[in-house]
Design a binder for this molecule. Structure first.
Ligand code: NAD
Ligand code: TYD
Length: 351
C-alpha cells in the first residue's frame, strides 16, 4: 500500500518545488497537498504534475483544528512536511496577528493531529517543520548562525516562526513526537511571489519601474536556489535524525545593493538594454522597521552528516531565475493583479 504523505503549503513558492520533486521521485507515496490558497498560493505552480496519480490536492486551512483532525483521521498520514505559513516580513509588520494565527496556531493544530492519530505508535512517522534562519536574529559583520545559536527574532514573522519551532520541540520533548526542523536562508527561483526582493525587482526592471531599496541597501542575506532547498528537504525527510535541527544555507552572502546591481546587469543583457540602464531605476526608500542587518548560515552539519551541498552557484541560479520570469509572462501577469496590486500600492504608493 502507498504511504500517505502530507505536504502543507504546497501551492506556495518552496512548497510547489517540494511537491513536484516528491511526485516525480516517489511513485510509492501518495502526496496530499494541503493549502488554503491565500494570495501566495497558486495552483498554476503545479500545472505540470497535478494530473499525476500519486497527487491529491486538498483545499483547507491549517488554523481550523477540526478540519485538520478529520483530514488526519481519514488519510492516516505517515509523514508531514509542513511549509504552510505567512512568509513575508513586510506583511507581518502591517498585520502581525495573521502570522501568529497561521504560523503558531496552525502548526499546533498539525502537531495535535499527529499526536492524536499516531497514538504513541510513532514508529516510521515524522513531523518535519520547515523554518527560517530569521529566528536567530541579526548578525554583525562577522559570524554565522549554527544550530546552537540562541533564538533572537526581531520581526513579527520571525517571532511567529520561532514560536512554532519552540512548539515543535515541545511536542518532541513532552510527548515523544518524532520531529525534525530545518532552518533555511533566503530562497530564490521560479514561482516566487513578486513581493520578495528578487522577483519584485525582476518584474520592476522588466517594466522600468523604480527599484525600492530599503535604507542604504547594506543589509546582507545568504541566498539559496529553491531546488537546492527542495533537495535538502528530501534528504532530511528520509535521512535526518529525529529530534535534530539542521541549518540549510547557500554559503552565498550578498549585500542587497550589490545583488541588485548584479541583477540589473544580467537583465540589461537579457533585455538588450545598454549596460547601466536598469541600475538607473534604483531608488532608496525608507528603511524597513527593525530591519535585520545580516543573516549567514553555517550549514556544515547537514553537509557533514547528510552530504548535502548547494548544486548551483549564484550566477547560474540568477540567470535561470531571470529566464524563468521572462519566459513566464502569463504566470506573472496572473499573479500581478487583484490582491497584489492593492498590497503594492499600500507598501510603495503609486510609484
Ligand atoms: P509562500 O508564502 O510562497 O507560500 C506559503 C503557502 O502556504 C501558500 O501556498 C499559502 O496559500 C499557504 N498557506 C498560508 N496560510 C495557510 C493556511 N492557514 N492553511 C493552509 N495553507 C496556508 O511561502 P514560501 O516562501 O514558499 O515559504 C514556505 C515555508 O518555508 C514557510 O514556512 C517559510 O517560513 C519557510 N521559509 C521560507 C524561506 C524563503 O526564503 N521563502 C526561507 C526559509 C524558510
Ligand atoms: P525579502 O525578500 O523580503 O526577504 P527577508 O526580509 O525575509 O530577508 O527581503 C530581502 C532583503 O531585501 C531584505 O534586506 C529587505 C530588502 N528589500 C528591499 O530593499 N526592498 C524591497 O522592496 C524588498 C521587498 C526587500
Amino acid at each position: 500500500m502507498k504511504k500517505n504523505i502530507l505536504i502543507t503549503g504546497g501551492a506556495g513558492f518552496i512548497g510547489s518545488h517540494v511537491v513536484r520533486l516528491f511526485i516525480n521521485k516517489y511513485p510509492e507515496y501518495q502526496i496530499f497537498n494541503l493549502d488554503k490558497l491565500t494570495y501566495a498560493g497558486n495552483l498554476e505552480n503545479l500545472s505540470d504534475i497535478d494530473k499525476s496519480e500519486n497527487y491529491t490536492f486538498v483545499k483547507g486551512d491549517i488554523t481550523d483544528g477540526n478540519f485538520v483532525f478529520e483530514l488526519f483521521q481519514k488519510h492516516n498520514f505517515h509523514g508531514v512536511i509542513h511549509l504552510a505559513a505567512e512568509s513575508h516580513v513586510d506583511r507581518s509588520i502591517s498585520n502581525p496577528m495573521e502570522f501568529i494565527i497561521t504560523n503558531i496556531v496552525g502548526t499546533v493544530n498539525l502537531l495535535n493531529a499527529c499526536k492524536t492519530t499516531w497514538k504513541e505508535n510513532f514508529e516510521d512517522k515524522l513531523f518535519y517543520h520547515i523554518s527560517t534562519d530569521e529566528v536567530y536574529g541579526s548578525l554583525g559583520e562577522t559570524g554565522m548562525f549554527t544550530e546552537k545559536t540562541a533564538y533572537d527574532p526581531h520581526s513579527p514573522y520571525s517571532a511567529s516562526k520561532a514560536g512554532s519551532d519552540h512548539m515543535v520541540r515541545a511536542y518532541h520533548d513532552t510527548y515523544g513526537l518524532p520531529v525534525v526542523i530545518t532552518n533555511c536562508s533566503n530562497n530564490y527561483g521560479p514561482n516566487q511571489f513578486p513581493e520578495k526582493l528578487i522577483p519584485l525587482f525582476i518584474n520592476n526592471i522588466k517594466n522600468k519601474k523604480p527599484l525600492p531599496v530599503y535604507g542604504q541597501g547594506v543589509n546582507v542575506r545568504d541566498w539559496l536556489y529553491v531546488e537546492d532547498h527542495a533537495a535538502a528537504i528530501d534528504l532530511v525527510f528520509h535521512k535526518g535524525k529525529t529530534g535534530e535541527t539542521y541549518n540549510i544555507g547557500g554559503n552565498n552572502e550578498w549585500k542587497n545593493i550589490e545583488l541588485i546591481k548584479k541583477l540589473c546587469s544580467i537583465m540589461d543583457k537579457k533585455l538588450g538594454r545598454n549596460e547601466g540602464e536598469s541600475a538607473e531605476l534604483i531608488t532608496y526608500v525608507k528603511d524597513r522597521a527593525g530591519h535585520d542587518l545580516r543573516y549567514a548560515i553555517d550549514s556544515s552539519k547537514i553537509k557533514k552528516e547528510l552530504g548535502w551541498e548547494p548544486s548551483l552557484n549564484f550566477e547560474q541560479g540568477l540567470e535561470k531565475t531571470v529566464d524563468w520570469y521572462l519566459n513566464n509572462n502569463q504566470w506573472l501577469n496572473n499573479v500581478v493583479s487583484g490582491a497584489y496590486e492593492t498590497y503594492y500600492k499600500k507598501q510603495y504608493g503609486n510609484s
